[in-house]
Design a protein around this ligand. Structure first.
Ligand SMILES: [Zn+2]
Ligand SMILES: [Zn+2]
Length: 293
């Protein structure tokens, strides 16, 4: 699909199902009526909500931990239980949607797991991805945003943020990913950036900028406890000043959240000085004008 040279909105981070087995069981009646969560009918519901918010192109970016191929990448019970799906069936369903003319691109949300770089590279290189998100959800065995494996029980806020930023930079420098997702995720449970970490943040921004990777500006934080964007507007302005390109994202886990809170999100991008967002096709980035009126 060509978006032409007109200003656009995109949504480059979403999931076809909610997180967690219980939530998926509760939601199954919604996608089962179309023939499953990979069915054309369910995918079209996301496109419909995108169109209703003037979003021209969307990327599905399922969590890598959902796929059987990644089952042994991380040694905890939850991860192994989640890894049930077939990645090739997922790519094929999205490829079919694309071929049918829907404004959909094929993506995946990868975890940064520093001891699995070879597996990650192999997983990515054989498949028709348009966009690959890199997310730091885990620091070793502990989780930034999973309540069952909380890093917060073992480390204070300064330690968590410092360790997180170190992994975020390593993820960027790995060269495996196109976009860093939710770059200030540690605030997810309300632990805002401590003042002591300010210098480390600026070092991280510079290191990320040097790699050429994009960061996403995600409205998901507005729907969660932080009640602010990822990254918060001050940090977004630092990324802009350092020349880091951005994508626009909702991290929707249901059709209704595609493009959610975009007026606020686009205003923050404009406020930070961004006039373009990054588009991806076959993992090649290009800049397109951001639609803002
Ligand atoms: Zn994530
Ligand atoms: Zn996500």
């Amino acid at each position: 699909m060509t978006l032409g040279s007109r200003p656009v909105l995109t949504d480059y981070h979403m999931h076809l199902q909610p997180d967690g087995e219980e939530a998926r069981r509760g939601g199954a009646h919604r996608w089962d009526q179309y023939g499953g969560y990979l069915s054309p009918g369910w995918i079209e519901r996301y496109v419909e909500h995108a169109r209703s918010r003037a979003v021209q192109e969307i990327a599905f970016t399922e969590h890598v931990h959902r796929f059987a191929e990644a089952r042994d990448w991380h040694a905890n019970a939850w991860w192994r239980e989640e890894a049930t799906e077939d990645i090739d069936a997922y790519c094929e369903a999205l490829g079919a949607a694309k071929r049918a003319g829907l404004p959909v691109i094929v993506g995946v949300e990868m975890d940064w797991l520093p001891d699995r770089t070879e597996e990650i590279a192999r997983f990515l290189e054989r498949r028709p991805f348009d966009i690959v998100l890199g997310s730091v959800h885990w620091v070793g065995e502990l989780a930034i945003d999973h309540p069952d494996y909380p890093m917060w029980d073992h480390h204070d806020g300064v330690e968590v943020w410092q360790a997180y930023l170190k992994e975020l930079v390593a993820a960027a420098e790995s060269g495996l990913f196109d976009v860093l997702a939710h770059p200030d995720l540690p605030k997810v449970f309300g632990h805002n950036l401590p003042d002591e970490v300010g210098a480390a943040v600026m070092d991280a921004v510079a290191a990320i900028a040097a790699t050429g990777i994009a960061v996403e500006c995600s409205s998901a934080g507005l729907r969660k406890k932080p009640r602010e964007l990822y990254p918060e507007p001050g940090l977004l302005a630092e990324f802009r000043a350092a020349g880091v390109p951005v994508t626009l994202a909702s991290d929707a886990h249901r059709p209704e959240d595609v493009g959610s809170d975009y007026p606020t999100t686009v205003a923050a991008l404009r406020g930070a000085g961004y006039e373009t967002i990054t588009r991806f096709a076959a993992r090649e980035p290009s800049q397109v004008s951001l639609r803002w009126e």
